[in-house]
Design a protein around this ligand. Structure first.
Ligand code: WTA
Length: 644
């Protein structure tokens, strides 16, 4: 029996919590199911629209439009509309830097003023409605300021996570042909610094679309500034016009592009538009996190990933929340940093990833016991399946046994949370994301395309369009169609496996494609393989995700060297460095196994399933009859001894 099947304990919402929850009536599920369009339209009305839509939904699979004809601006909703509702003096962002004590707060009025000025800076650099802007910044207030400034003038932003290499940055800039790049001198994290400007300079050697670079002085590190191209943020801001009214955008205008890994080497430019996306993240933030006016809300993700876009920036700010934003890591300068932050800022809501929880679990509870975490009221989890033991540890030790835990399943593509408990209603089961959010229709299909009703396992699908749905892949509608819609027609194929239990609860089992999830970061096996074979000594490489107690999955690379050379530790180090350089540090293989051969089918396809089982030390490799050369298994077993 697996860990999850032996569990019997369930957790009904604590009475006191349920009594004052934002959603108390379970009838909302039925109401939304009866008329999903009316349900979402009702939710959209919480936002500010310059003009209401003519039609709620236009669905011509796989093309979707929500709130057709509506005029809206995301930046207006996150700023002006909040000020209009009396939140001008309310704190929008509490920022905590990498060094303890380095903090900054911005009220909604202050944030609005910064955003308006930076929007004018972008305009003065020639950015017009529809022109993508690339942003490569650390977790500092200038990051949401730049994003909201783009949204204000209708320029789609493309945020690139700070750990990505120069090479990855260049590809992302070139794909969307940004004319402006916003970056910083360097980014501090955990006492170390990422040379963002130097990486940008390297990327720009081969990114001809970029005409202007805006550089935030974050650390004061020495950087080279190219005359005419590079400008200091603070200098441009000092001369910027303070007023920039928000553009009336069409509901379906692009709000942002965010690159994510797919099952081929090339990252996918996931496109989100404005009205539907904002409706989705606004409502899910309110209902899933049970946000209250005085809450201090902390999502530990980096804004460079979708979780930060939706649940640090657009969801919470469009609800007028006070958002804590942290630049550093859990372990710097000491292993109790997070608990110290929660205690000092009296954080009420914590949204984080299972991998962090498992890392804390390993350290024991001493750090937690040193701090007063009684302000916490609700805990969230996202990014990968949370195993029941980690769930319970989170509930008991971080939440003191009193906070509901919401395990939220969603993806960059879905824009917002899709399967989740509603904390005042749902009885949770550790390890299950429970039920689809009201107005979301999830299902399970088998490989042949038959829907599995009731209990059973298969591929997770979404059966009807939802407001936060990706609209396409940037400049690649064909790949959009193939990746998500070819398998099942007008049903969205999520790429995850799932099981539904006797109560209709969903248990997400992980990716069914060639995407690995390491510490909640999506990494494509093909991308790592292509980085490895880019090294002159590598003839061939196969990459798999091996189960890992802490990070969920760990990257294992099987490598064949040119000319049959034997590998050694030095070569393994060099190859890790190669992956770091081509993709970024987060994609480095944990283990590199040199081998003279790989398991392939007769048509030459690498059988990763066999490598996965071998790497986990399993005796049973499953069906090996399709192997072109069955003796390869013994060769691999012999070489696994020589792992690096
Ligand atoms: C996985 C992050 C299980 C899943 C928001 C999905 C999860 C991928 C959960 C998307 C969860 C995310 N339980 N698995 N609660 N949340 N995943 O695009 O495999 O970075 O397809 O979006 O993470 O990762 P992405």
């Amino acid at each position: 029996m697996t860990e999850e099947q032996t569990r019997v304990r369930t957790y009904p919402p604590p009475e006191e919590f349920a009594a004052r929850a934002n959603v108390r009536d379970a009838g909302i599920y039925e109401e939304a199911a009866r008329d999903p369009e009316a349900f979402w339209a009702g939710r959209a009305r919480r936002l500010h629209w310059f003009r209401e839509w003519d039609e709620v939904l236009r669905w011509d699979p796989p093309e979707v439009q929500w709130f057709v004809g509506g005029k809206i601006n995301a930046s207006y909703n996150c700023l002006d509309y909040q000020v209009e509702q009396g939140r001008g003096e309310k704190t929008a962002i509490i920022w905590e830097g990498d060094e303890p004590g380095d903090t900054r707060t911005l009220t909604y009025s202050e944030l609005k003023a910064e955003v308006e000025k930076f929007a004018n800076v972008l305009k003065s650099l020639g950015v017009r409605r529809g022109d993508p802007v690339s942003i490569y910044l650390p977790m500092i207030p200038e990051l949401p300021i730049a994003m909201l400034a783009c949204a204000r003038i209708g320029a789609p932003h493309s945020v690139v996570f700070g750990a990505f290499s120069a090479n990855s940055l260049r590809d992302r800039i070139n794909d969307c042909e940004a004319r402006v790049l916003v970056t910083a001198d360097s980014g501090p994290r955990g006492g170390k610094r990422t040379p963002l400007k130097a990486n940008s300079d390297e990327a720009l050697e081969d990114a001809p679309s970029v005409e202007n670079v805006v550089v935030v002085r974050r650390t004061g590190d020495d950087v080279s500034m190219v005359e005419g191209r590079d400008h200091w943020w603070h200098e441009l801001m000092a001369g910027a016009d303070p007023e920039c009214p928000a553009e009336e955008m069409d509901s379906e205008d692009i709000l942002y592009i965010l690159y994510s890994s797919g099952s081929t080497g090339k990252p996918k430019g996931i496109v989100h538009t404005t009205g539907g996306y904002l409706t989705h993240v606004n409502t899910t933030t309110d209902w899933v996190f049970d946000l209250k006016e005085d809450d201090i809300y902390w999502c530990t993700a980096d804004i460079g990933w979708v979780t930060g876009h939706s649940y640090i920036v657009y969801g919470p700010l469009s609800n007028g929340a006070t958002v804590l934003m942290f630049e550093g890591t859990p372990a710097y300068p000491a292993s109790d940093r997070w608990w110290d932050i929660i205690e000092r800022h009296r954080v009420n809501i914590l949204y984080t990833a299972p991998t962090a929880i498992r890392a804390f679990m390993k350290q024991g509870t001493a750090d937690i016991e040193k701090h007063d975490l009684s302000s916490l009221r609700l805990l969230g989890s996202v990014g990968e399946p949370i195993n029941p033991r980690a769930w319970e540890w989170y509930h008991e030790h971080v939440g003191g046994g009193r906070c509901p835990v919401v395990d939220t399943w969603w993806q960059t593509e879905t824009g917002g949370i899709m399967i989740t408990p509603l904390p005042g209603i749902t009885t949770t089961k550790p390890g299950s994301a429970t039920r689809p959010f009201p107005g979301i229709f999830a299902g399970i299909y088998d490989d042949a395309g038959n829907e599995i009703e009731g209990e059973g396992s298969g591929n997770l699908v979404i059966k009807r369009p939802w407001p936060g749905m990706l609209r396409t892949l940037y400049k690649d509608p064909q790949r959009y169609r193939e990746t998500y819609w070819e398998k099942y027609g007008d049903v969205y194929f999520a790429g995850d496996g799932a099981r539904r239990d006797e109560d209709g609860y969903f248990w997400i089992t992980g990716r069914v494609d060639d995407v690995i999830n390491v510490s909640g970061h999506r990494i494509s096996t093909a991308e790592v393989e292509s980085a490895l074979v880019g090294h002159p000594s590598v003839a061939e490489a196969a990459v798999i995700g091996r189960h890992d107690e802490e990070t969920g999955q760990a990257i294992v690379a099987y490598v064949i060297l040119e000319g049959g050379h034997e590998g050694n530790d030095e070569m393994a180090q060099e190859l890790r460095q190669q992956v770091r350089k081509v993709i970024g540090a987060h994609a480095r293989p944990q283990e590199i196994i040199f081998t003279p051969d790989l398991p392939k089918t007769r048509s030459g396809k690498i059988m990763r399933r066999i490598l996965r089982r071998l790497s986990e030390g399993q005796e049973d490799l499953g069906d090996t009859t399709t192997l072109a050369d069955p003796s390869v298994v013994e060769t691999l077993r012999a070489h696994a001894g020589g792992r690096s």
